[in-house]
Write a protein that binds this ligand. Structure first.
Ligand SMILES: [Zn+2]
Length: 615
């Protein structure tokens, strides 16, 4: 469910390739003459860069699209080539931008764009000889080590995607779960440790060349506020939602204690990491059947069956999603969307089925790429992906560097807000459900608990991954404490503990893809928080008066207008301006999430009465 537009961020997702240093030197001297170190020179240089990147992004997007929808050796080669070219371009521009950023008297907008160029790289290499090559080799190797990683189940080797699925299999015994957990963390993580430490060292030097203290402050500098202030903001949001997480933790721990007994899961203290249905204990939906309230499992209708009853084709499912946005007053999708999107898995070639939303030309050549199945999950995913497309089209008048979400949490949050809106009330409005089949309030707890097992359970994990990395990058966490610091954070925020003692040389963070993959993680925490904030803003604007989780704002063009006011800004203004345009507030907040789950929180606290809380 990712977003794919070849914006600066996408160009820079890859690690740095070696820039052609000799050529770059000459280019830099020429640039110096044409774009002098003056405020006007900087403005002209930024305009040139935006034009160059915009031209490049069209070609790159076309190549990536063909590659993703027709995987061959040749299209792989094309994609690798254009990827390396894009990386080199963004590296060179970041270094140049760092120089221009020091000029006195810069126009505020030019300064902000220079900062976007400067911090748009995930892992910056320093310009010292061989550093970029070494960094690139390490990052590539870490990635491929993860991809080839294996654990064991009953002594037999088992690959990454299978072991992930097996961790969610309720038939597995605690011994099997512990074996899979420990073997995966040990086999995948431990061998990466030295490489990872070296990579941190090199990338930090690169960050310093770009004018940052270290890579962690560089990652935190993309939020229109000082990095320390942003860390405080995250902590504040966490404190808003922590009591809800704690209630869920207490309830789930008691259920696991009931099922497994005191020896496996004590009634007190942290929860054993392998019992929550997920290798990282980051989402717990897989064990919902173990915790479901009695009699609330069946909500009275099945969305997959409703889709079957309607006899919808894959394209018709997409038309229903489009209708959601049309009902809010958005223009219909262009014909090219239907001509050029990939909706079903082609019979005769390899494609990337993972759902994604694309913006090929930064104007209106928007598309989705999916292998749609006629079921509830894909119906929801269609709504989510279209959220990305409407966002992309809404900001298409902006400058190139502003063609993205207001901050990196916004884009995913828009898609998820739309997905939250697929309530029974909405299904009635679009004539998929009869009014008398709308589940009664007695089903609410089951519905909310199922949601919370994923969305609430994720919150502390979404926060701690980068907390650990910021510590690694600023040196407060050293290679000697990599592993203990990781588990300390998991205990402190998640209340989770490993099922077995960890060896001294373990490197358990490496067993989570985003660590060797070098993907910043805070965006996922922000998206979880923001989607509820957006959803509540829409429901308020629609005048919804019932419980928040049942709201539908389908057909309300006032909501559409407000939403569009935020979307069309893209990243042209600080994110708090964009947030204000839609929600009327300038602060990100977990309050809407808390309100959404309030009936569940009350119910959980009743169930938890008399039980120990916390860990
Ligand atoms: Zn998405």
């Amino acid at each position: 469910m990712k977003l794919l537009s070849v914006s600066l961020a996408a160009l820079a997702t890859a690690t740095l390739a070696t820039p052609a240093l000799a050529d770059h030197h000459e280019e830099a001297e020429m640039a110096q003459a044409e774009y002098p170190m003056t405020p006007q020179g900087a403005a002209d240089w930024v305009a040139m860069v935006e034009q160059t990147m915009s031209d490049f992004s069209l070609e790159a997007a076309q190549i990536y699209w063909v590659n993703a929808t027709y995987i061959t050796q040749d299209t792989d080669a094309l994609a690798a080539r254009v990827g390396a070219e894009g990386t080199e371009m963004s590296v060179n521009y970041a270094l140049e931008a760092a120089k221009y950023a020091g000029i006195e008297g810069l126009d505020a907008d030019v300064k902000r764009k220079l900062d976007m160029l400067r911090n748009g790289i995930v892992l910056p290499a320093p310009t010292t000889d061989g550093a970029a090559t070494e960094l690139n080799e390490i990052a590539t190797s870490l990635n491929s080590q993860y991809g080839k990683g294996k654990g064991t189940l009953n002594g037999e080797e088992i690959n990454g995607s299978d072991i992930e699925a097996e961790m969610g299999n309720l038939e597995r015994t605690p011994e099997e779960l512990a074996e899979m957990w420990a073997s995966w963390h040990t086999n995948v993580g431990a061998p990466m440790k030295d490489d990872y430490a070296r990579m941190v060292e090199i990338a930090n030097e690169g960050a310093v060349e770009l004018g940052f203290d270290n890579v962690g402050t560089m990652w935190r500098s993309g939020y229109d506020m000082p990095p320390e202030e942003f860390s405080d903001e995250l902590e504040r949001m966490w404190q808003e939602v922590a009591p809800l997480y704690q209630s869920l933790h207490t309830y789930v721990r008691a259920k696991l204690n009931e099922k497994y007994g005191e020896a496996i899961q004590p009634a007190n203290g942290a929860i054993r990491a392998d019992l929550l249905g997920n290798m990282w204990a980051q989402e717990w939906g897989n064990i919902y059947p173990l915790v479901a309230p009695e009699g609330a499992g069946d909500i009275g209708y099945d969305l997959t069956e409703l889709i079957e009853e309607k006899g919808y084709s894959e394209v018709e499912m997409v038309r229903v999603g489009e209708q959601f946005f049309s009902s809010l007053g958005f223009e219909p999708l262009p014909e090219t969307f239907y001509e050029r999107s990939m909706f079903v898995k082609p019979a005769d070639r390899e494609v990337v089925c993972h759902a994604s939303a694309w913006d090929i030309d930064n104007k209106d050549d928007i598309r989705i790429k999916m292998c749609i199945k006629k079921n509830a999950d894909d119906f929801i995913t269609i709504h989510h992906e279209l959220g990305h497309n409407y966002y992309q089209r809404a900001y298409n008048e902006q400058d190139y560097l502003h063609l993205t979400g207001a901050n990196d949490g916004f884009h995913e949050a828009i898609g998820d807000m739309i997905a939250l809106s697929i309530t029974p009330e909405y299904l009635v409005q679009i004539d998929m459900l009869d009014r008398d089949e709308v589940p009664g309030a007695d089903k609410d707890i089951g519905l909310l608990l199922r949601q919370a097992m994923d969305k609430v359970a994720f919150l502390p994990f979404g926060l701690l991954v980068d907390k650990w990395r910021w510590g690694v990058f600023d040196g407060s966490i050293t290679p000697a404490t990599y592993n203990s610091a990781w588990h300390d954070l998991k205990r402190e925020y998640q209340g989770i503990t490993p099922p077995v003692d960890r060896p001294a040389d373990a490197f358990d963070p490496g067993a989570k893809y985003h660590i060797p993959g070098n993907t910043p993680y805070t965006r996922y925490f922000l998206a979880r928080i923001l989607q509820f904030q957006f959803y509540k803003a829409a429901c308020d604007a629609a005048g919804w008066e019932g419980p928040l989780h049942r709201c539908s704002f389908y057909g309300n063009d006032e909501v559409g207008e407000k939403l569009n006011a935020m979307l069309k800004m893209g990243a042209s203004k600080p994110w708090s301006d964009a947030l204000e345009a839609f929600t009327g507030t300038r602060e990100m907040s977990g309050e809407a999430l808390v309100e959404y789950f309030a009936p569940l929180k009350a119910w959980l606290d009743e169930q938890n009465a008399g039980k120990p809380t916390g860990w």
